[in-house]
Every structure is written in structure tokens, then in C-alpha cells.
Design a protein around this ligand. Structure first.
Ligand SMILES: Cc1cc2nc3c(=O)[nH]c(=O)nc-3n(C[C@H](O)[C@H](O)[C@H](O)COP(=O)(O)O)c2cc1C
Length: 147
């Protein structure tokens, strides 16, 4: 089974760290960054959507990509956020399910955040995602593929 992770990580590259940890560990994963060109959906069975969170949502480019996914794909979500207080993937899950795809799960953790007033104090969540959180993303992916 081949995997494509579509990633947008524009704030500090936090979410890309999770993606890089997975691609370093797993040989069958391709990273598709920043909406470059046409997404080659047909070459992949398992699709990951990866993004920071802005205003409680995945980034617009990722939502747009999800809105064009073909039916029949298996899907998972990766995200980093300032406050990891809820599962931010619910909106996207609804979008891909409505298009006939199956959601396998989501993994989210804290990411360095200097948005708005946080900039004045040097940001929050410095050093996140950290090693343990990146390892957590790898474990999440391995389990997803096994089940
Ligand atoms: C414009 C903007 C809006 C944000 N809104 C939220 C939010 O609603 N909830 C949250 O938990 N974090 C929020 N954050 C923090 C980011 O989700 C967090 O820093 C994330 O790790 C950035 O990921 P990236 O470096 O992969 O882009 C926001 C950041 C920015 C720049």
C-alpha cells in the first residue's frame, strides 16, 4: 500500500517535522508539500492530510485538497496546534467521508506558536513538536498501517 501525505506547514514547519519523522521511518510514504501541481491521487491508496491549525481549522490549501479527493481512499490526519484541546480533524473527516473515503484516525500535538500576542512573549510551546511527539506520530502511522 502506497501512502501520500499532503502537507502545509507554513507557520514554523512544525507539522512537517511529524511528516519528516514518518517518511524517514517508512519507505513507502511520499510527501506532497504546499499544494504543488496536480495531486496524483490514483497512485496512492492511503492519503494523509497534514497541517498546522489556524482559527480551529486545517489550513485552506489542505481543506481545498480534501474537497477534491476521489472516492475509495483510506485517509488519516496529522496536525500541530497551539492548544491541543480538541480533535481539529473533524471538519476534514466530514469532507472526505462525504466524498466516499474512509477515515482511519488522526494524530495531533502541540507546535511552536508565535501568532498574535504570543509573539510578544517569544511564543508558546517552544521546541514542539519534540522528539517524543515525533515518535508518537511514527507509532500512530505504523499502527494505522498494521490494523
Ligand atoms: C494565523 C494563525 C492562527 C492560529 N490559530 C490557532 C487555533 O485556532 N488553535 C490553535 O490551537 N493554534 C492556532 N495557531 C497555532 C498553530 O496551529 C501552531 O503554531 C502550529 O504548530 C503551526 O503549524 P505549522 O508550523 O506546521 O504551520 C495559529 C497560528 C497562526 C499563525
Amino acid at each position: 500500500m502506497k501512502t501520500l501525505i499532503i502537507c502545509e506547514s507554513t507557520h514554523h514547519g512544525n507539522t512537517k517535522k511529524l511528516c519528516d519523522a514518518i517518511t524517514a521511518d517508512e519507505k513507502d510514504v511520499t510527501l506532497w508539500e504546499n499544494g504543488r501541481g496536480e495531486i496524483p491521487w490514483e497512485d496512492y491508496d492511503l492519503i494523509g492530510f497534514a497541517s498546522g491549525i489556524a482559527f480551529n481549522k486545517f489550513y485552506p490549501a489542505i481543506i481545498k485538497a480534501a474537497e477534491s479527493i476521489p472516492a475509495g481512499k483510506l485517509v488519516f490526519f496529522l496536525y500541530t496546534c497551539g492548544k491541543n484541546s480538541q480533535d481539529f480533524s473533524e471538519q476534514l473527516a466530514g469532507i472526505v467521508e462525504a466524498r466516499g473515503c474512509t477515515v482511519l484516525g488522526s494524530y495531533g500535538c502541540k507546535g511552536f506558536d508565535t501568532y498574535g500576542p504570543f509573539k510578544l512573549i517569544g511564543g508558546i510551546n517552544k521546541g514542539h513538536p519534540d522528539r517524543a511527539e515525533c515518535d508518537g506520530a511514527v507509532k500512530f502511522y505504523r499502527k494505522l498501517k498494521k490494523d
